[in-house]
Design a binder for this molecule. Structure first.
Ligand code: CA
Length: 220
């Protein structure tokens, strides 16, 4: 999942990035409202964490501008208590949720994950295929109860395909969401990772991760 963090407080950014990366997020950062808005309009992020008090353009204005540009990306606003007007202001600007600073990182992740779930699938955090279970909350994969070790990228790749299941996902989409919006489109890293992932989950015939010719991959 790729995430845009728009936050001018370097201390918050420096402590949040390793925490988010450890949980499999690809993080892009903007330190002011203008750059943040530009990135949000140009790229397709899975989620945006947006600080309210920002240089150049206020967070609420950035949020409203993202929405008026037609982007439906879930937005979580961060704010110090004194900055918050009413909850209605945040919702009117098009925010999906907000948190007041200081906040616990665990709570931030819980809220981010809640926003990433498709609306009708609140309870769907586990993927079961035969004796394979991938637990996206606990970030663990098992086969017949025994853990299969997946790297953070492999796990994120599986998770991305799962969250978009029944849909063929192109290599470019995978590259953009699981790697980085600036990833090199000519690399074969997606293919390599699909290959090792299939080996690890013993998906020799591509039954779990299907190849859709001329499109990409899908989980059904
Ligand atoms: Ca700030």
């Amino acid at each position: 999942m790729n995430l845009l963090l728009i936050e001018d407080d370097k201390t918050v950014v420096d402590s949040l990035i390793p925490f988010l990366k450890e949980r499999g997020f690809v993080v892009d950062v903007a330190f002011d409202g203008e750059v943040g808005l530009d990135k949000a309009k140009k790229n397709n992020y899975d989620i945006i964490i947006l600080d309210k008090g920002l240089p150049k353009k206020d967070g609420l204005e950035v949020c409203a501008n993202i929405r008026s540009a037609g982007k439906q990306t879930p937005i979580l606003i961060l704010s110090v208590k004194s900055e918050i007007g009413t909850k209605a202001d945040l919702l009117n600007a098009g925010a999906d949720d907000y948190m007041t600073k200081p906040f616990a990182f665990q709570e931030l992740i819980a809220r981010v994950n809640a926003l990433l779930r498709r609306p009708k699938e609140v309870l769907h955090t586990k993927f079961e295929f035969g004796d394979i279970i991938a637990d996206f909350e606990g970030r663990k994969t098992t086969r017949g109860g025994k853990e299969i070790h997946l790297t953070t990228k492999e796990f994120s790749l599986l998770e991305y395909l799962f969250r978009n299941r029944s849909k063929a996902i192109s290599r470019m989409e995978i590259l953009e969401h699981v790697w980085d919006v600036n990833a090199d489109p000519f690399t074969n890293t997606v293919e390599t990772h699909i290959l090792t992932l299939r080996k690890k989950i013993r998906d020799k015939n591509g039954k779990i991760i299907q190849t859709v010719s001329n499109v990409g991959y899908k989980i059904d």
